[in-house]
Design a protein around this ligand. Structure first.
Ligand SMILES: Nc1ncnc2c1ncn2[C@@H]1O[C@H](COP(=O)(O)OP(=O)(O)O)[C@@H](O)[C@H]1O
Ligand SMILES: Nc1ccn([C@H]2C[C@H](O)[C@@H](COP(=O)(O)OP(=O)(O)O)O2)c(=O)n1
Length: 230
């Protein structure tokens, strides 16, 4: 039996494609477990801001790596607040914009960028007794010894609808464009050579297609508490 409110110690990883609810679910799971939280997608998005501002071509891997090496990305691990900076400039809102969303897959596919950000991610969570980390390669590469690894999925139509709702989009043509955007980014993220998106062998797949957000959160919290007790 799990005592209600029993404190959780360990690492929870949450990977999966876009629009499955990773960010909103991971943050809520962290708050419920009293754990730290790291959104690694926000770090790749911040790196992309630096690349766009430097005017580097998106197929110039060396140029991208140089810009990211020289940029200072600031991100916290407090689940209750969200602030992301690049060279001390607040980019919290900008990283969610369409310009960054379109450019983030090629930037995150550059191996040298991944090495830098993976090192930074490990350092950011190294001292946390309890942490929830979400992204694409957290269970497979960043934290291979995590206590619980979740692979979050949902049907493509559900994901596109959620993203449209989030952006306040109701026009069917724009929803179709969002669906196409998700499909393109998933294909890119899943087929890149370095750390492609895929479930870790020891992950638990949670399909949120027919679930409300709170049900997804409750299931992951339950899994984390069970795992921590073993
Ligand atoms: N069952 C559900 N589980 C998770 N999120 C959901 C669910 N239903 C709707 N959503 C919504 O889907 C949207 C996309 O979630 P987000 O956390 O941004 O996804 P991701 O980080 O995987 O791209 C959010 O507005 C979230 O509230
Ligand atoms: N650990 C990670 C996290 C994100 N990425 C890449 C893949 C995604 O296209 C972008 C943005 O990730 P993010 O989680 O913010 O994207 P969504 O909110 O799911 O649309 O970064 C990655 O390669 N590795």
């Amino acid at each position: 039996m799990t005592a209600l409110g029993a404190s959780f110690r360990g690492q929870v990883t949450l990977d999966g494609p876009s629009g499955t609810g990773k960010s909103s679910v991971a943050r809520a799971v962290a708050l419920e477990l009293g754990a730290a939280y790291l959104d690694t997608g926000a770090m790749y998005r911040a790196a992309t801001v630096a690349v766009l501002d430097a005017g580097v071509d998106l197929d110039d891997d060396e140029g991208i790596a140089r810009v990211v090496r020289e940029a200072t990305i600031g991100i916290g691990t407090d689940a209750a607040t969200e602030q992301v900076t690049v060279d001390d400039v607040d980019v919290t809102d900008r990283i969610r914009g369409s310009e960054v969303t379109r450019a983030v897959s090629p930037v995150s596919a550059v191996p040298a960028v991944r090495r830098m950000l993976v090192d930074a991610q490990r350092a950011l969570v190294a001292d946390a007794d309890a942490v929830v980390v979400e992204g694409r390669d957290i269970g497979t590469v960043v934290l291979p010894d995590a206590t619980l690894k979740v692979y979050l999925t949902a049907a493509p139509e559900a994901r596109a609808e959620r993203r449209a709702d989030q952006l306040g989009v109701t026009d069917p043509a724009r929803i179709a464009a969002i669906a196409e955007d998700l499909r393109r980014r998933d294909a890119h993220d899943s087929t890149r050579a370095d750390s492609p998106l895929r479930p870790a062998a020891d992950s638990v797949t949670v399909d949120s297609t027919h679930w409300e957000r709170h049900q997804t959160i409750a299931r992951i919290v339950e899994l984390a508490r069970e795992r921590a007790e073993q």
